[in-house]
Design a protein around this ligand. Structure first.
Ligand SMILES: *Cc1c(COP(=O)(O)O)cnc(C)c1O
Length: 372
C-alpha cells in the first residue's frame, strides 16, 4: 500500500462537500409523473428563444464572441443597465456564484448565509477552504425569513462574502428594499454582498428591489440572475451578474474565455426581448400561487407566504402525516415535490407552481393525503 501522501489530495474542505442533488424527475413504476421539484417554468421557453437556437446552427464551427456581447446588450436593453458591468455564464448563475467565491475567499475566510439558504453557497465556500457560517432565520406566522440583525451580528474580521437569495429558495420569503439596504449599510466595505435574484422576475411586491439599485451604486454589491426560472431555459444553463466594474473585471479574468456559447447568447437574447412571454409567465404565477397556497392551507397544512414560483409546505414531525409519507403518497399519484431536508427543513416539501393540470392534481393529492 502506498502512503496517503503519494496520491493527489484535494484542497481542505472539498471532501466536506455534500454534492448537490437536483430535484427528482421520475418515480419507478409510475409512468406519468409531473416534476414540480426544481422551480422550472410550466410555460417553458419563449418560442422566439427556440427559433433563435436554430439560428446558431449556421455558426457552430466558430468560437462564439468571448464577451457575450449579443447577450449582454440584450440584458442591458431590457433591464436598463450598463452592458460593461454585466458578466454572463453558460453554466448557469451557479457558476457565477462559484467564481465569486473563488475570487474573493481565501482559506479560513468566512462566508455568511442564512439557515435555509441555497446549497450552492456552502459548496462554493467549502471548495475554497473557507468557513461557511450559517445564521438563524426568523420564524414568524407568515414564514421563515432572513434576519438582518442576526446576519450583521455574525460578521467578524474574517467575513468576506455574504450570500443572500432574494427571494430565498426554499422559503419563498424576501427582504424589502429597505431591509436589504440596511444589511448592506451594516457591512464593512471589504465584505462582498452577493444578492442572488434567481426569482426576482416573479416578485410583484412594491417594496422589493432585485439588488440592481445597490449593485449600481456600491463597490461591494453584486446581483446574480438566471434564465433557468421565469425564462424557462433551465436546460440551456444561462446566467448573468451585474456589479461594479472592478468585480466584473476580476470575474472576466477567471471565467472561461468562451463561457457563453452562441446558442446560449442568441436564445437568451431572444427570450429577454419576448416581453409577451415574460408577462404570461408572471401572470400565470400570480394567478396560481395564491390558489395553491390557500387550497393547501385548507387541507390543514402550514404553507408559508411566498413571492416566488414555489411554496414551502410544512408537515407534522411525527405520526402518519409526515413530509416523507406525503412525498411517497404524491409520488405514487404522479407528482414529485422537493424534499428539503438538505436545507435544514426535514418536515417540509417545496412545491413549484406548475400548469393548471399539475397544480390541481398536486393539491387534490395533498387533500386526499390529509383526509386519509
Ligand atoms: C435555481 C436557482 C439558481 C439558478 O441556478 P442556475 O445555475 O442559473 O440554473 C440560483 N439561485 C437560487 C437560489 C436558485 O434557486
Amino acid at each position: 500500500m502506498k502512503p496517503e501522501h503519494s496520491k493527489p489530495q484535494p484542497r481542505p474542505g472539498i471532501l466536506d462537500i455534500t454534492a448537490y442533488v437536483g430535484g427528482r424527475a421520475a418515480v419507478p413504476g409510475v409512468t406519468k409523473v409531473f416534476k414540480l421539484s426544481s422551480n422550472e417554468s410550466p410555460l417553458g421557453p419563449s418560442p422566439k428563444a427556440l427559433a433563435a437556437l436554430g439560428e446558431a446552427r449556421a455558426s457552430l464551427a466558430l468560437y462564439p464572441e468571448g464577451s457575450a456581447t449579443i447577450l449582454r446588450e440584450a440584458i442591458a436593453e431590457v433591464y436598463k443597465l450598463d452592458p460593461a458591468r454585466i458578466v454572463t455564464s453558460g453554466d448557469g448563475s451557479d457558476a457565477l456564484l462559484t467564481m465569486l467565491a473563488n475570487a474573493y475567499l481565501q482559506p479560513g475566510d468566512e462566508a455568511l448565509f442564512t439557515e435555509h439558504a441555497f446549497l450552492v453557497y456552502k459548496i462554493a465556500t467549502l471548495a475554497n477552504s473557507a468557513v461557511p457560517v450559517t445564521v438563524p432565520e426568523r420564524d414568524s406566522n407568515t414564514g421563515l425569513k432572513a434576519d438582518v440583525d442576526a446576519l450583521l451580528a455574525a460578521v467578524t474580521p474574517r467575513t468576506r462574502i455574504v450570500f443572500i437569495a432574494n427571494p430565498n429558495n426554499p422559503t419563498g420569503s424576501y427582504l424589502t428594499r429597505d431591509e436589504m439596504a440596511r444589511l448592506h449599510a451594516g457591512l464593512p466595505g471589504n465584505v462582498l454582498l452577493v444578492i442572488d435574484a434567481a426569482y426576482g422576475e416573479y416578485v410583484t411586491a412594491k417594496d422589493y428591489d432585485s439588488g440592481i439599485e445597490l449593485a449600481a451604486t456600491f463597490d461591494n454589491v453584486v446581483m446574480t440572475r438566471t434564465f433557468s426560472k421565469l425564462y424557462g431555459l433551465a436546460g440551456l444553463r444561462i446566467g448573468w451578474m451585474y456589479g461594479p466594474a472592478a468585480i466584473c473585471d476580476v470575474i472576466n479574468r477567471i471565467r472561461g474565455p468562451f463561457n457563453t456559447a452562441l446558442n446560449q447568447q442568441l436564445a437568451g437574447a431572444a427570450a429577454l426581448r419576448d416581453r409577451d412571454h415574460f408577462w404570461k409567465a408572471v401572470e400565470h404565477n400570480n394567478s396560481w400561487l395564491p390558489w395553491i397556497t390557500a387550497e393547501i392551507r385548507k387541507a390543514g397544512l402550514r404553507v408559508d407566504d411566498s413571492v416566488a414560483n414555489f411554496v414551502l409546505i410544512h408537515f407534522p414531525r411525527t405520526g402518519d402525516k409526515t413530509a416523507a409519507a406525503a412525498d411517497r403518497f404524491l409520488n405514487q399519484g404522479g407528482i414529485i415535490l422537493r424534499p428539503v431536508a438538505g436545507y435544514g427543513l426535514p418536515d417540509c416539501l417545496r412545491m413549484t407552481v406548475g400548469t393548471e393540470e399539475q397544480n390541481r392534481l398536486a393539491v387534490s393529492l395533498l387533500q386526499q393525503f390529509m383526509a386519509a
